[in-house]
Design a binder for this molecule. Sequence first.
Ligand SMILES: [Zn+2]
Length: 258
Amino acid sequence: MSVNKTHLTFDSNIGQTKPESIMNTDTICPFCCREQLEEIIAEDGPILLIKNKYPVLIDTFQTVIIETYGCDAELSTYPKEHLYKVIAFGIKKWQAMIQSGEFASVIFYKNHGPYSGGTIRHPHMQIVGLKHIDYTKNIGCESFRGIVIHEKNGVQLNLAVKPKNGFFEFNVVIDDLQYINQMADYIQIVAHYLLNNFYKGCKSYNLFFYQLEGRILVKVVPRFVTSPLFIGYSIPQVSNRAEEVVKEIQELYFAGRK
Ligand SMILES: [Zn+2]
């Protein structure tokens, strides 16, 4: 298995067949029409793992987790029980794909909102097995260190001091998977903060899951238009409001609970 490739190939022919206006609420949501879904791989109540209908990435295995029945639901407001179920289901399926040994690496991520790269509103995540690319070669440990916002049961929530792409990158670092619900709580808190209390009008975020040196790490990243300094010159920027944002989250979500 060759793992030396650096670029994924996008199948523009399949890309063209994907409905453009899927974000448009006039179009019927494919994830609401469950009886029409093909190739269901696994199911746990309202949570489904399916094969992606538009596998635009060549030499990959693309799957989608449909998180809930509710088209307008959002991870940031899931009841705890459902939140834990969704995150545990995702981690389990991601780990199983890694352990299958069929892929150079497996990526697991979520898009939410217009700037996130997502095209479907209905809450979902994606697990994609990459046959020839090992993403871990692109990721250093540096961007996972940060100002600690909260820590519990060996799980840490921090704000990156040297973000990979710039501005705000929240990291959740977990040593022991028995505390996976603590990780889910931190992810939900940051998603809620971003959509409700972060500047005005942050409508988009991504979740990215990584497995590096046996450890699971998650980035929760608010999305805006990407800085030209990063696109053109690979210079990541940091905000001088970082400390302020950390304090704000502590006061809003952890006051008296530290
Ligand atoms: Zn839907």
